[in-house]
Design a protein around this ligand. Structure first.
Ligand code: FES
Length: 192
């Protein structure tokens, strides 16, 4: 076991914060929400999943945040729609100083594109493939403002407005066919 790795979360400079989590991204957002709450800031959570069965850590998020908005793709819990729908509504009602987001790459990209329009400081917790976590293998390389960085040592929390999410998505999906193959093999082995 090795850690902690990477750079620590920045907690100190914010006012009203919105924490946007997609799926299991809630596990990344939760400790940030707890730290913000401890520091005395207003934290509003937006948690999005495909359906109510995929909600995780909702009680914990509710305990850490002043308010939590749930969105589901199928409308089985909370608002029927995407986290960005809830974010846009919130932005119209509330002055937001800071947005933190973690979850699927397209979701983080959509959040960043929306907050860029209103120049709201936004940080994304990036999730590229990582091998050593110490800056040696290059597996976690991300492009930030046109420059190569390693998410494991320069991040994982990066200014979302500077991230090349398209490239991050391509690199993260590089082994999907291999992963799918291995998953099929594992399921077959379980069935045997
Ligand atoms: S995980 Fe190897 S360089 Fe970041």
């Amino acid at each position: 076991m090795l850690g902690p790795l990477g750079t620590p979360s920045h907690i100190e400079r914010f006012g009203t914060c919105v924490l946007v989590a997609g799926g299991i991204g809630a596990a990344i957002v939760l400790p940030v929400a707890e730290a913000l709450a401890e520091a005395g800031y207003v934290a509003i959570g937006i948690v999005g999943v495909r359906d109510s069965e995929h909600l995780v850590l909702l009680d914990e998020m509710r305990a850490a945040c002043n308010e939590v908005i749930v969105t589901t793709d199928d409308g089985s819990e909370g608002l029927h729609g995407l986290v960005t729908d809830a974010l846009v509504t919130l932005m119209a009602e509330t002055a937001i100083d800071y947005v933190f987001t973690a979850g699927p790459i397209p979701m983080m990209q959509a959040v960043a594109e929306r907050t860029r329009q209103d120049a709201i400081a936004t940080v994304a917790s990036l999730n590229p493939l990582m091998v050593d976590g110490t800056g040696m293998c290059g597996g976690c390389r991300v492009t930030i403002n046109g420059a190569s960085k390693f998410a494991c040592i320069d991040g994982p929390e990066i200014d979302a407005h500077d991230v090349n999410f398209a490239l991050l998505g391509t690199r993260t999906g590089a082994y999907l066919s291999f992963e799918s193959c291995k998953l099929d093999e594992a399921v077959e082995a379980l069935d045997a």
